[in-house]
Design a protein around this ligand. Structure first.
Ligand SMILES: NC(=O)c1ccc[n+]([C@@H]2O[C@H](COP(=O)([O-])OP(=O)(O)OC[C@H]3O[C@@H](n4cnc5c(N)ncnc54)[C@H](OP(=O)(O)O)[C@@H]3O)[C@@H](O)[C@H]2O)c1
Length: 305
C-alpha cells in the first residue's frame, strides 16, 4: 500500500519508459516498473530510490503471453487498491511474422494466433487496462497509450492481425499503433471515470524496439541511432524529451482537454481519422481475442448512462 500516487509503466526497463519512470519518481510517485529484463528493472528501481523522492518496484511479465498479463494485474491488485496512472508504453517491432496464442477460447471455440507486434503493442495493453480497471476507477486515474505518428500509415483491418500471412515490420507496427489510437477513443466513449489519452512520444534514434529481429529494420534503427546521435539538432529526441508527453498526460492538473485525445509535444493534435464503427469493431475483436466481455468498463453507480 502507498500514500503517494501510484503508476504502472509498462516497458519501464528501457528507453522512453525508463525516462517516464524517472520523471514520475522525481515527482514523488510510487512507480511499478514493468519489463522482462530483471537486471535492468532492478537497476532502474535502485536509481530511483537513490536519486528521487519516489519509490519503485520491478514487475516481470512477458506481454506476448496473456496469462502473464493477467498474473501481472493480479499481483498489482494484491498489493495496491488504486492506480493513479497506467502508462501503456511497452512496444516491439518484428520483421518476421511471429504468431502468439491468445489465452482462453474465443466465442467460436478457437484460440487466436495473433501477430506478435499486435499482441504486445495492442492486445496485452487492452487486457491489462481491463484487468486493472477497478484500481484505475478507484483512483479516478489516467490511462496513457504510447502510440506513434507511424499510426498514420496503419490500417485497422483485424483480419490481418491474425494468422501467418499478414504484414510485418513497419506495416505491422503502424497497424498496432493505430489500434492504440482506436482503443483510446473507444474507451473514452465508454467512461469519464478515468481519463484516457494517447500520444506520439517523439523519435528516439537509440530505440531498442527492433532488438528481437535480425532483419533490416534492426540495422536501420542502428544506423539511425548512430547518425541521429551525431546531430546537434534535428527531427530526433532524447529519451528524456520523448518521455515528456507521457509524463504530461499522466500528471498534469489540467485534465480538461485530455480525454480521448492524441498528443504530440504535450499538445493535442489530430490523429488519423478512423470511422467510429471501425474502432468499435476493433474493440469487440480484441475483447474476443483476449477472452474478456466487451461490455466494459462497468457503468459507474450513480451514472445515468
Ligand atoms: N523510439 C521511438 O522513436 C518511438 C517513436 C514513436 C513511438 N515509440 C513508442 O514508444 C514506446 C517505447 O519505445 P522505446 O523506443 O523506448 O523502446 P525500447 O527502448 O525498445 O523499450 C521497449 C520496452 O518494451 C518492453 N517490451 C518489449 N517487448 C516486450 C514483451 N514482449 N513483453 C514485455 N515487455 C516488452 C521492453 O522490455 P525489456 O527491455 O525488459 O525486454 C522495454 O522496456 C513504444 O511503445 C514505441 O512504440 C517509440
Amino acid at each position: 500500500m502507498s500514500d503517494s500516487q501510484v503508476a504502472l509503466v509498462t516497458g519501464g526497463t528501457s528507453g522512453i519508459g525508463r525516462e517516464t519512470v524517472r520523471g514520475l519518481a522525481a515527482r514523488g510517485w510510487t512507480v511499478l516498473v514493468h519489463g522482462r529484463d530483471a537486471e535492468r528493472g532492478h537497476e532502474i528501481c535502485r536509481t530511483v530510490r537513490r536519486e528521487t523522492a519516489g519509490a519503485a518496484t520491478f514487475h516481470h511479465a512477458d506481454l506476448s503471453t496473456l496469462d502473464a498479463v493477467g498474473a501481472l494485474a493480479d499481483a498489482i491488485a494484491d498489493d495496491y487498491d488504486r492506480l493513479d496512472a497506467l502508462v501503456n508504453n511497452a512496444g516491439t517491432w518484428q520483421d518476421e511474422r511471429r504468431l502468439v496464442a491468445a489465452t482462453g477460447e474465443r466465442s467460436d471455440g478457437t484460440r487466436a494466433q495473433v501477430a506478435l507486434t499486435v499482441a504486445v503493442n495492442h492486445c496485452a495493453h487492452y487486457r491489462l487496462t481491463h484487468d486493472l480497471w477497478p484500481l484505475l476507477n478507484a483512483a479516478g486515474g489516467r490511462v496513457v497509450a504510447v502510440s506513434s505518428d507511424l499510426h498514420r500509415r496503419g490500417e485497422l483491418d483485424t483480419d490481418r492481425f491474425l494468422g501467418p500471412d499478414g504484414p510485418t515490420g513497419q506495416q505491422a507496427y503502424a497497424d498496432s499503433k493505430l489500434a492504440n489510437v482506436a482503443f483510446t477513443r473507444a474507451l473514452a466513449r465508454r467512461t469519464d471515470a478515468v481519463t484516457v489519452s494517447c500520444c506520439h512520444p517523439g523519435i528516439v534514434p537509440s530505440s531498442r524496439l527492433a532488438r528481437e529481429t535480425g532483419g533490416l529494420s534492426r540495422l536501420g534503427w542502428k544506423l539511425f541511432g548512430l547518425v541521429g546521435g551525431l546531430l546537434p539538432v534535428g527531427p530526433v529526441d532524447s529519451e528524456r524529451a520523448a518521455a515528456e508527453t507521457s509524463l504530461f498526460l499522466a500528471t498534469t492538473d489540467d485534465t480538461a482537454d485530455l480525454h480521448g485525445g492524441y498528443f504530440s509535444d504535450c499538445e493535442r493534435t489530430d490523429a488519423k481519422p478512423i470511422e467510429e464503427a471501425t474502432e468499435e469493431q476493433c474493440w469487440a475483436w480484441t475483447a474476443d481475442v483476449v477472452g474478456v466481455d466487451p461490455e466494459w468498463p462497468p457503468v459507474e453507480s450513480g451514472s445515468d448512462t
